[in-house]
Design a protein around this ligand. Structure first.
Ligand SMILES: [Zn+2]
Ligand SMILES: [Zn+2]
Length: 252
């Protein structure tokens, strides 16, 4: 079993260690057929890319595509920002990217006072317990985000203090062909949650979330889970095959 592509890798445009070319070189070395450069989005207070970086990254990708024999995709790791499912890449901006990954990050900049009090504050600070009600609200945030945006992948669910019910999210993700990431560094699912997610028929995708080039394509954690829970291989979008990505496949 091998992965055909890695759709979540960082570079020096945010807090990764390598350039886009470094990540591409390692992806080629590891035998991948596709790689996405997927930086933190605009509202990430510490590392978010600037809107003016997007054409610079696209131009560099176009240059590298002529040199290396691999598909190079421009992705974005967008921040989920509110219970009604707002993400920090607008519908118009979503067209600029080949892959839309969405995740919760503590350090996103809320876009309204309401979102600050109802979503940012209770998830960012540990003093607010992740009560059952809170988990329900966070789960709704993801479900609304899936319904209102063209999201390819949900990154590291329940990480960074924003706990969700991944099974309820998986039911909707299946319906909308959104993949649930098995992240190279953080997988926060319980045994039961993984078993119940498999039953929904949702598809998973293996991503490294590499912040240094040599970690591109890293998949040990995900492979262990696939074997342990016997996840059917056809339920893992990039295992022994190229995944269908809503954004990329609509453009090509
Ligand atoms: Zn992330
Ligand atoms: Zn990331």
């Amino acid at each position: 079993m091998i992965i055909y592509g890695d759709y979540h890798t960082h570079t020096v445009f945010t807090h990764g260690k390598g350039t886009i070319e470094d990540n591409v070189k390692w992806a080629v070395k590891k035998g991948l057929k596709q790689i996405a450069i997927c930086e933190h989005s605009f509202s990430h207070m510490a590392y978010g890319i600037k809107r003016k970086d997007v054409p610079v990254m696209r131009a560099e990708i176009e240059r590298l595509k002529k040199i290396y024999d691999i598909d190079i995709l421009l992705g974005i790791e967008s921040n989920i920002m509110s219970i009604d499912g707002k993400i920090d890449v607008t519908k118009e901006e979503q067209d600029m990217f080949d892959v839309i990954v969405v995740g919760y990050h503590k350090s996103f900049k809320p876009s309204s006072l309401k979102d600050f009090f109802t979503f940012f504050l209770p998830n960012t600070f540990k003093i607010f317990k992740q009560s059952k009600k809170r988990v329900q609200k966070n789960t709704m945030a993801y479900i609304n985000a899936i319904k209102n945006n063209k999201i390819d992948i949900l990154a590291h669910l329940s990480a960074e203090g924003c706990t969700v019910d991944p099974v309820e999210i998986a039911k909707v993700a299946k319906e909308y062909n959104t993949y649930i990431e098995l992240n190279g560094k953080r997988i926060k699912f319980s045994d039961q949650q993984i078993k119940d997610m498999i039953k929904t028929g949702v598809k998973f995708i293996i991503n490294s979330d590499a912040h240094s080039p040599e970690r591109v394509g890293e998949n040990n954690r995900a492979f262990n889970i696939i074997e342990k829970y016997k996840i059917p291989h056809e339920q893992v979008a990039n295992l022994d095959k190229i995944p269908v990505l809503k954004n990329f496949n609509n453009k090509n």
